[in-house]
Design a binder for this molecule. Structure first.
Ligand SMILES: [Zn+2]
Length: 240
């Protein structure tokens, strides 16, 4: 991870802000930055060896995503997510992403161009090569492409912070291969222009993510009830 980040620092096609945001997410995820930890712009800039400007921008992105929050007394800190908050995010994602996928299928039926098959092939190749990082990246891109394909910019803007906020959760889903298999099924329905089937598969896919996430974070079964909302989890907890 760190090696990737420092290599990417010198690739100009990725904005520095995004590289820094990814690295902060990684540190939150692996526990180097635990929930409640203060995030000091100057210290982060120093530890990354970059100027404060991209760090400030990255923190703004993470704040929009809800991974980082601002407390009047302490400045920016790493957020703790409650069970209720995680379920709420998945509920919104389920609704919006099934709509996006339906629209994507309709657009394809009307002749819209896309790279869904290439992205699936890339994810499959990464799984074959055992490159989990590349498989996750291709999987995340698959969702971005579906949403862009819907052609609904408002939907895209609404989903962006939610997907970003769930970004670190995706990586908790242990079986990257089954994710690729589900994506391939969705891609098949979308490219066939079968809008209702595509939406159904997209909804089932988000629910599978949700159940896997709830099991990992809160040790719950597949029927996670949104009733018990008191529990919280540190984003950096080792949750295996
Ligand atoms: Zn997915």
């Amino acid at each position: 991870m760190a090696k990737n980040a420092s290599e990417r620092l010198y690739q100009h096609q990725v904005p520095m802000r995004d590289i820094v945001a990814d690295e902060i997410r990684a540190r939150i995820f692996d526990g180097r930055l635990p929930a409640g930890e203060r995030l000091v712009e100057r210290d982060l800039a120093e530890s990354f060896g970059v100027s404060r400007h991209p760090v400030r921008e990255a923190l703004r992105v993470l704040q929009r995503e809800g991974i980082v929050e601002s407390l009047a007394s302490r400045g920016l800190i790493v957020t703790s997510l409650s069970k209720r908050q995680v379920l709420d995010l998945y509920m919104i994602r389920e609704a919006l992403e099934s709509v996006a996928t339906r629209e994507a299928a309709l657009r394809v039926a009307e002749g819209a161009e896309h790279h869904l098959d290439a992205t699936i092939a890339e994810a499959q190749a990464a799984v074959r090569d055992g490159d989990i990082e590349a498989a996750h990246a291709a999987n995340a891109r698959f969702h971005d492409e579906l949403i862009a394909l819907s052609g609904n910019e408002a939907l895209e803007h609404m989903l962006e912070p939610i997907l970003g906020r769930l970004h670190w959760l995706f990586r908790q889903v242990a079986d990257v291969n089954s994710v690729v298999v589900e994506h391939a099924r969705i891609a098949e329905a979308v490219t066939a222009g079968d809008a209702e089937w595509a939406a159904t598969l997209a909804r089932a896919h988000v629910l599978a993510y949700r159940n896997a996430t709830m099991k990992l974070l809160f040790d719950e079964g597949t029927d996670a009830e949104p009733g018990s909302a008191g529990e919280t989890v540190d984003q950096g907890d080792p949750v295996s």
